[in-house]
Ligand binder design. Structure first.
Ligand code: CP
Ligand code: NVA
Length: 319
């Protein structure tokens, strides 16, 4: 695809709000469809390049395997190995890669960098995590919630830091109409403009969003408890940050406030003994490895929609 007028970029999960529910159903369908993996190759002849400025296990491997399963060629570009950030600008990198690739994924520090890459690229750009958003994570998270929706009783709760993973969980929950209560330490609340966007969507889907500073209030009666590391990648220098999270560990005592059969969720990697105890993450309530697997299926749905919408539609109608 070389048509910047009509491309869709995925920078935050609300970029896909019109198709989000179908995107997730599509991902669940292909996950459970053994036949499709043999005869459905919508990315045949296409190349997907992925730039990483930060480490990654799930995002990198799920993109590489997902692109391969769809018949495409994944190319991973580690920031230390390419000219970007040393002798070449983001804009020039975007223009060059658009001549080789059919889609670019980018894991960066500042969100403005993935916006700049998207603005200067003629092929779709997918945010593979920035400081502000992690839409691919939210796609897998909402897929996991939908898969468990019949047994889920209660709202989605968040206990932890107010940054990238929470931002897209807020938007994703609002799009699909799930109520969410989030608890963050004072001063670490989510970004105001993201909250405003999520609240506007929630009005249209009839769901609620409540911001708190008390993890117990968020966990009480929850159907999901979700947490993330207290100190994100790139924040290692913020020495005092960890002390803000006293009382925010998801342990058996906090989890006992949730409804029976609640789902414990974490984007991973987990820092066991910090934001979550072994007893909770290894309990039958934990769906963290389903979330990790669903990264691949959800991204396969996104990649097919962005790179070959006709094939996405055809699979949707035939299966
Ligand atoms: N959850 C997530 O994005 O994991 P990685 O950092 O391993 O890609
Ligand atoms: N908030 C975490 C998410 C890791 C997947 C970070 O940005 O490091």
């Amino acid at each position: 695809m070389k048509d910047s007028e009509h491309k869709i970029d995925l920078l935050a999960i609300d970029d896909l709000s019109g198709n989000f529910s179908e995107l997730i159903e599509w991902a669940i369908r292909i996950k459970n469809d053994d036949e499709a993996l043999f005869d459905f190759k919508p990315l045949e002849g296409m190349t997907v390049g992925s730039i990483y400025e930060k480490p990654s296990t799930r995002t990198r491997v799920s993109f590489e395997t997902g692109v391969s399963r769809l018949g495409g060629q994944p190319i991973t570009l580690l920031a230390g190995d390419i000219q970007l950030g040393k002798s070449e600008s983001i804009a020039d990198t975007a223009a060059v890669l658009s001549r080789y690739m059919d889609c670019i994924t980018y894991r960066c520090f500042g969100h403005e960098d993935v916006v700049e890459l998207a603005n200067n690229s003629s092929v779709p750009v997918i945010n593979a995590l920035s400081d502000l958003h992690h839409p691919c994570q939210a796609a897998a998270d909402m897929m996991t919630i939908v898969e468990n929706s019949e047994k889920m009783d209660g709202h989605v709760s968040w206990v932890g830091d107010g940054n990238n993973v929470l931002h897209d969980l807020l938007l994703g929950s609002a799009i699909l109409g799930y109520d969410i209560k989030y608890a963050t330490p004072e001063g670490l609340e989510p970004n105001d403009s993201v909250i405003a966007r999520a609240k506007e969507i929630a009005v249209s889907t009839g769901s609620s969003i409540e911001g708190l500073n008390d993890p117990r209030e968020a966990a009480k009666g929850a159907g999901v408890i979700y947490t993330d590391v207290f100190v994100s990648m790139g924040e290692e220098h913020m020495e005092g940050k960890m002390s803000s999270f006293e009382g925010f560990q998801v342990n058996e005592e906090l989890a006992s406030l949730a409804n029976d059969g609640f789902l414990f969720m974490h984007c991973l990697p987990a820092h066991r003994g910090e934001e979550v105890t072994d007893a909770v993450i290894d309990s039958p309530n934990s769906v963290v490895f389903d979330q990790a697997e669903n990264r691949m299926w959800a991204q396969m749905s996104i990649l097919t929609l962005l790179c070959n919408e006709t094939a996405w539609q055809t699979y949707w109608e035939l299966r």
